[in-house]
Design a protein around this ligand. Sequence first.
Ligand code: RIB
Ligand code: CA
Length: 343
Amino acid sequence: MKKIPVIIDCDPGHDDMMALVLAYGSQKLDIRAVTTVAGNNTIDNTTRNALNVLHYIGADHIPVAKGLQDPIVRSHKEVMEKLAENRRRMYPDQGSQEPKEKIVGASAHGITGLDGFTFPQDNPMQVQPMSAVEMMAKVLRESEEKVTLIPMGPLTNIGLLIRAFPDLVEKIERISMMGGTSEFVLTRPFMEFNTFVDPEATKIVFESGVPITMFGYDVTYRVLCGKDTIEQMEHLGNKTGHMAASLLKFFMERHNKNLSHLGLSDTTPIHDACAVAGVIDPTLVTQSKRLHLDVEIGGTYFDGATICDYAHCLNLPENVEVVYNMDTQRFLQMLVDAAANCQ
Ligand code: RIB
Ligand code: CA
């Protein structure tokens, strides 16, 4: 069966790691390029992490291009500090938080952005001599067929691509994104990390007219991974299984600590892998709804929040398919099978 041409845009990130393993190990996707974005950590760290994961799983042939230092308008460092301040204010009892000067990213992923496993230092992979947006434009321009974009970090690169290369928008088949949410969530009402970091880019994407499927917290906090799946990966007996199991254990511990009020004991979401799984096999999606989505920019409480017009009261186009549920067992089995196909 013909592989689906995709570009993966990521900010590894533990769940980004699992999404890359799924994308490559599924053997169903023609990964034309991987691009990186500043999100879970600095652009240098997310890029190093992407190179390390791809090399470790045996995907050295996939070109990697580095994104920008900051979101389109905001400063990455200031956004991270604002996020940490929100958490300090909302969860003062969470004990010691990383000192301000060490805040480079989301606490769930640790200081390096991919804490919990030490990759070999002899990785020969290098980034391509062009920016992430230029790489995306090159792939779209040279492709004979339309290409699906799978962003799983802030939408900075996608927003810039749409603005800088409007003639190439028609070459985008669909955007299968991890981000946003339509329901009250964790740290603040309606706020998900990726859209919080770059709301301006999110707005460009939502208004682009490109078909969008959004795998937000609505689904990613329903399709949870437990210790049994992690044990299956550990027992695969290959490098990738052990690496993925080690990193998912770290991610689970951080989630259970940071979000104890949600009762996530011994489970963890694998946010980004949902957006990949939905491209590999759309029948995994068991519940979705087409809605008009916008994103709040500025303000004290809802800056970066995705706002859904549930009641269709704005009479505006339904621009996003919001995914609410997926077949959890098939999804988790897909992750294990993909890890088994890697080195
Ligand atoms: O809110 C979850 C998203 O933010 C995921 O993509 C995770 O990797 C972080 O980037
Ligand atoms: Ca991510």
